[in-house]
Design a protein. Sequence first.
Length: 123
Amino acid sequence: MIESLPRREREIFEVLCGLEEGTAAAVRAALNDPPSNSAVRTLLGRLVAKGLIVHRTVDQAYIYSPAPVAASVAETAMQRMVRTFFDGSVANAATALLGMAPELKDEELDALQRLIDEARERG
């Protein structure tokens, strides 16, 4: 669904996913070449209407965050990336991603090892 979004809506959605939550001002500040405040608020409203983001009110300010559906959107995007750039190979994609990380925390390495062990058990 993200691919079908207009460029600015997609950009705002991606920024908000990176922030995890934020006000319209925070989203605007994170954008390259941001549109006006009112344009950002309008685009956020469109994303709310499409069910991609949600908001709550804190001290008279809207705090926006990705809707739970964002996790499935991320998974779909990853599947498409693996198919497109890594010839369908999850191992090649994982190797490329690991090569981007200058250093991994012990808990990240442990989580990766658990996933590798589980994959071996599944055959």
